[in-house]
Design a protein around this ligand. Sequence first.
Ligand SMILES: C[S@@+](CC[C@H](N)C(=O)[O-])C[C@H]1O[C@@H](n2cnc3c(N)ncnc32)[C@H](O)[C@@H]1O
Length: 218
Amino acid sequence: MYLWRKRANPDWVRNRSGELIRRFGSALAIIERPKKVRSLLEIATTKKQGCDLVREFGGTIEKLRADWLQHFAKQSRAKPLRIGSRLIVSRSADSKDKRTIVIPAEAAFGTGDHATTAMCLRILERVTRRRDNGWTMLDAGTGSGILAIAGSRFGAKRVFAIDNDPLASSTAQRNARTNRARNIEFRTGDVLKQKICLARSSSRRCQSGRGIWQGTVA
Ligand SMILES: C[S@@+](CC[C@H](N)C(=O)[O-])C[C@H]1O[C@@H](n2cnc3c(N)ncnc32)[C@H](O)[C@@H]1O
């Protein structure tokens, strides 16, 4: 596998991101960095696609080593991530602390390393702090299932977790089993085409993906 990389200013990203998303879908990552004006764009590609991208848009390509996943996992955070006083995200099952959830570094996005995942976890922890149990959560684009599992730990009665990538979906289900999060309903599919009833008692809350989700947390 190859990785195409380019640093780009906000105008470039605004003008080209639609086209890149259409062409590369979830293989594209747009990474905004604190205090940096330019974003980093990365696309997992074949060699030919990578060369075409360099010709078309500039940037560089790099051949990834065969064990790239393990390599990245070793490079990134080894320490458990603490979220408020109620959650600890760990890579391994070493900890005996009951607040710990275990999310190994795997192919699906969401180990807590990424700033957006950590930020969502912190917001989720904060907004659910004073909620009675019984709330429902939709995790649209669940990746590793980290937010759904955290929601389950924070007291959600039901969690719907959807991803259009079958690999992400199966990783998320395995992570939910490991963490004994049994109240998560997983679906594989495009969230924009789903119809989910977040509250059984109110038909007004049944919305298609392009409608407004009520009770959505992530
Ligand atoms: C950036 S990851 C976020 C993972 C996790 N929620 C987190 O915060 O760490 C986005 C996920 O959304 C999924 N995704 C993208 N578009 C989607 C769509 N239209 N329907 C369902 N899932 C989608 C991708 O496959 C990917 O796993």
